[in-house]
Design a protein around this ligand. Sequence first.
Ligand SMILES: [Zn+2]
Length: 212
Amino acid sequence: MLNVNFFTFNAFEENTYIITNEKKQCWIIDPGMYQEDEKQAVYSYISDKQLQPQAIINTHAHLDHIFGVKSLMDKYGIPFSLHEQEQEVLKMARGSAVMFGFEFGDIPTPTSFIKEGTTLQLGDDTLQVFLTPGHSPGSLSFYYPKGNWVISGDVLFSGSIGRTDLPGGNLNTLLTSIRTHLFPLPAETIVLSGHGPATTIGEEKKHNPFLK
Ligand SMILES: [Zn+2]
């Protein structure tokens, strides 16, 4: 059984998730650490719990979700994966950083790409991969049926949806992604979003104003 923990990092209040199995192997999903103390918080969490980081997995490549990727790759020598269609977004990261006034060193290079409709295996545990574009072209959601949760990146939020005005974004595509891949999940499925509090599929089906 996977355990999920999260931190909220950087000026965009981005949620960074760390998922861990019983063997203390872990993945870091969307590492958004920007300040040195944010990086140290993750390093301490990993060393205090004696975790063995295995990989960095990203829902998408917007700046606020990738600030911490390079430091984790360097520190732990672990791979970094996301959907192939996020490469364009990655390439724009430096420009976005300048625009928003952030310092950004080397843009991380993906080690491999994750395909939609496949599964990801952390030890004995399996995550299902959905391609849920609209906020960004290669946005992925990671569903863990056994634990009853889905990590949705910036696709679906509590009471809201991801913005669609950034390059590669499209409102209709986003709504279709949510209706096709997320809303069919069981109502009690916990949605772990890229920003803001957790919610459930049932709650969003009933009350999300963008999906009425
Ligand atoms: Zn985003």
